[in-house]
Write a protein that binds this ligand. Structure first.
Ligand code: SAH
Ligand code: MG
Length: 216
């Protein structure tokens, strides 16, 4: 007989490995009460982002799409004290909520949310390159544009991670022209075949596509 018992495998994995504290637990319920959509990464994906950032000793991280700061807190916690996370967020209300959660998590010294369209903010953000890790989780139709930026502003050995690589379960289907998930199809095709990257998807939550830059 084992000393431990859990009701199911998922509870076992979550309780043993996912270091989600009270602050992280409260971020999404509070955000939803404020009217934000419940579309953050899962706790499993958060722990994975944290692990990936730690594995490469990330010091500078860029995020596309902050929402309420849930994934930003996971990522910023992987940074050293003098590390930096910049998160780009279109919706000013989301940006405000994310900033307040980052401050509550005592990460305001290293994590910053910039409000505006990521496509428009990319110019000024390029001055802060190179990044060690770039996490893509904003509007799906722009994933290929974010990938272009990431290829040009990521250090060798750095990681590009994209959420929702399963296209909400439809990425394998033939999609209508204009379907925003086509951006994810293009993204996946490109990271899977670019010689400068080694990539795979981790089927966690809505799939994290993970790529490491192996060639300039
Ligand atoms: N990464 C967050 C979830 C992000 S949800 C987490 O896991 O906690 C996607 C976010 O991208 C939304 O907040 C949305 O407002 C933002 N977004 C959509 N289009 C954008 C754009 N063009 N530029 C920047 N952010 C955008
Ligand atoms: Mg997502």
């Amino acid at each position: 007989m084992s000393e431990e018992s859990y009701p199911d495998l998922n509870t076992y994995r979550h309780d043993l490995f996912v270091q989600e504290d009270q602050i992280l637990k409260s971020v999404m319920p509070e955000a939803v009460a404020l009217g934000l959509p419940p579309i953050s990464v899962s706790p499993d994906a958060g722990q994975t982002l944290y692990l990936l950032a730690r594995m490469i000793g990330a010091r500078k991280i860029l995020e596309f799409g902050a929402l309420a700061g849930y994934s930003a807190i996971w990522l910023a916690r992987a940074l050293p004290r003098d590390g930096r996370l910049i998160s780009l967020e279109l919706d000013p209300k989301h940006a405000r909520v994310a900033r307040s959660n980052i401050a509550r998590a005592r990460l305001a010294d290293r994590a910053e949310v910039r409000a505006g369209s990521a496509l428009e903010l990319m110019g000024e953000v390029s001055k802060e390159a190179p990044f060690d890790l770039i996490f893509i989780d904003a509007d799906k139709e722009s994933y290929p544009r974010y990938l272009d930026f990431a290829m040009d502003h990521l250090r060798l050995g750095g990681l590009i991670v994209a959420d929702n690589a399963d296209g909400h379960g439809h990425v394998h289907e033939s999609l209508e022209p204009g379907d925003r998930r086509r951006g994810i199809q293009t993204y996946n095709r490109r990271v899977a075949s670019d010689r400068r990257l080694v990539s795979h998807v981790l089927p966690i939550g809505g799939w994290l596509a993970v790529s490491v830059k192996v060639e300039e």
